[in-house]
Design a protein around this ligand. Structure first.
Ligand code: SAH
Length: 500
């Protein structure tokens, strides 16, 4: 009783009418009543809504949108009928223009508030967000869980936000059109051949997920079925097996025949995952039809993609984002560049052609293998890749004089590069990594970030360490979600010696 009272006039289940005057970090609507803040998912800035308090704290509450009393000029009908349940797109009922403005402001405000930069200064160096001309069907990769709906029918869909119940998806509008066709074939096949979907609770059933990838430039399509296969391992041919292939899925040949009719189909495989885990892919992959990989072209280079490879999911925007990073790097052909957190080397290799030497560092060994192969396949000879944590590899070279792949010490030019590019995961750069970057003192640092809060923190450290923030450019890689990528240019402050 006493606890509820301390919340003043606001309590759980209370209905309120409020105007939405701001947008939260994840795109949710924010309204205020007498200084008390309400966070309301799916409410759009400019709306007047009726909402029910779900969880009340001292100064703020989370409320559920019950009714839009007055529509905001920025509100639009979500294109996808299950946008609200699915949890993948948080902003489908906000116009795309307003969404871009929200993302631009989010980056700006984080840099000002969390990075401690002056607002007017940030406004003077920020460039307009790179939006998409056509913000639909942009994803080249989809992973659909397979399960049963309440009537026992096999369905493919998405896990409802933070749960494990599957919401059937008819046609996800941020994925490619072929996804639906592929899923329809897989499900029809499962029904016809009596193939059971995997059941998370019992651990029984076969098909867990369907992974689909498409090369946007090449048009090549890959399908990988993640299966809970506990039969014989490959290599030991048995009864009913054609061409020595193990039948991982009942009626496998018929399934491959049907899928291979889809234009662009290049690779069909299975990934074996028998663990009770949230991790989607199993590491054992067997190709059951066609090639092991698909290829795609990015910045004029060919990249080979296997079911397990990391590859940016929005290729059209990736091309623009990398283009921005390349422009900021301002390479003339002779420079030495480090690309930290390089993944499969996409940024590294797209800079190699206009640099003297490029070095890539990445923590995942398979990604480094892919990066080396990608360099070889594209005839790039001035790239070297190292596997390890950026915060360990960089100091090893700089402080402990570790030797290069060829067995000699790295040249002085590598220890004092012209440009360092970083593209860290959401948690940003490790302190030790930044500390070493500052010691290496490149002329320019290009920071590509998927989280503007950690970006702001790191920009502050870099600027306190002798760098100047020159440019900031957000890029919309994930339309209809609250996420935003940012590319920044920093340059080393020249030490001016006053001779007078
Ligand atoms: N630049 C790449 C990948 C960016 S994603 C691209 O555009 O495709 C961030 C990458 O950082 C991932 O590949 C992840 O495996 C890697 N990573 C995460 N922590 C790391 C660390 N401490 N040191 C080096 N790489 C790391």
């Amino acid at each position: 009783m006493g606890k509820e009272k301390s919340l003043g006039q606001f309590q759980k289940d209370q209905m309120l009418t409020v105007e939405i005057t701001d947008i939260g970090n994840d795109g949710e609507g924010i309204g205020k009543i007498d200084g008390y803040t309400l966070f309301i998912k799916d409410a759009v800035i400019g709306d007047k809504v009726r909402a029910k308090i779900m969880k009340a704290k001292k100064n703020y509450a989370y409320a559920h949108l019950e009714e839009v009393v007055q529509k905001s000029p920025f509100r639009q009908e979500a294109k996808c009928p299950i946008a609200r349940q699915c949890g993948g797109c948080q902003l489908q009922n906000m116009t795309y223009e307003r969404q871009l403005e929200f993302k631009q402001n989010k980056v700006r405000n984080n840099i000002v508030r969390l990075g401690g930069f002056d607002g007017e200064f940030v406004d003077s160096i920020m460039e307009p967000i790179i939006g998409m001309d056509e913000p639909w069907r942009y994803r080249n990769k989809a992973q659909y869980p397979i399960g049963r709906n309440r009537d026992g029918k096999i369905v493919a869909g998405y896990y409802a936000g933070r749960t494990h119940s599957i919401i059937p998806v008819d046609d996800c509008l941020i994925g490619v059109a072929e996804n639906k066709e592929i899923l329809d074939i897989v499900i029809a096949h499962m029904e016809k051949f009596g193939v059971a979907p995997y059941d998370e609770v019992s651990g029984k059933g076969l098909v867990r997920h369907v992974l689909i990838r498409k090369g946007f430039t090449s048009g090549q399509i890959m399908v990988c079925l993640v299966i809970n296969y506990r039969g014989r391992k490959s290599g030991s041919a048995g009864v009913g097996e054609k061409s020595g292939l193990v039948e991982y899925i009942p009626g496998q040949q018929a399934l491959c025949d049907a899928l291979s009719k889809i234009p662009g189909m290049t690779s069909i495989s299975v990934s074996i995952n028998t663990e009770k885990t949230n991790v989607i892919m199993g590491l054992e992959i067997h190709t059951i039809w066609g090639a092991d990989t698909i290829t795609d072209t990015l910045k004029g280079l060919e990249f080979e993609i296997s079911p397990l490879s990391f590859y940016q999911v929005n290729p059209r925007q990736t091309d623009k984002l990398y283009g921005q990073a390349i422009e900021y790097a301002a390479l003339t052909g002779a420079e030495t560049v480090w690309d930290l957190y390089c993944g499969i080397g996409t940024i590294t290799l797209s800079m190699a052609g206009s640099a003297g030497k490029v070095y890539g560092v990445e923590i995942i060994p398979e990604a480094i293998e892919d990066a080396k192969n990608n360099a070889k396949n594209n005839g790039i000879k001035n790239a070297e890749f190292y596997c390890g944590k950026a915060e360990e590899v960089l100091p090893e070279f700089y402080e402990k004089k570790r030797v290069s792949a060829e067995g000699s010490a790295l040249p002085e030019s590598a220890l004092h590069p012209d440009v360092i590019v970083v593209d860290p995961p959401r948690k940003g750069c490790d302190e030790k990594c930044i500390e070493t970057m500052l010691k290496m003192s490149p002329s320019r640092i290009v920071y590509v970030s998927c989280d503007s809060a950690t970006l702001a923190r790191d920009l502050r450290i870099l600027c306190d360490g002798g760098y100047e923030l020159k440019k900031v450019r957000p890029c919309d890689m994930f339309p209809w979600s609250g996420h935003v990528e940012t590319c920044c240019l920093l340059s080393r402050k020249e030490v001016i010696i006053d001779v007078f």
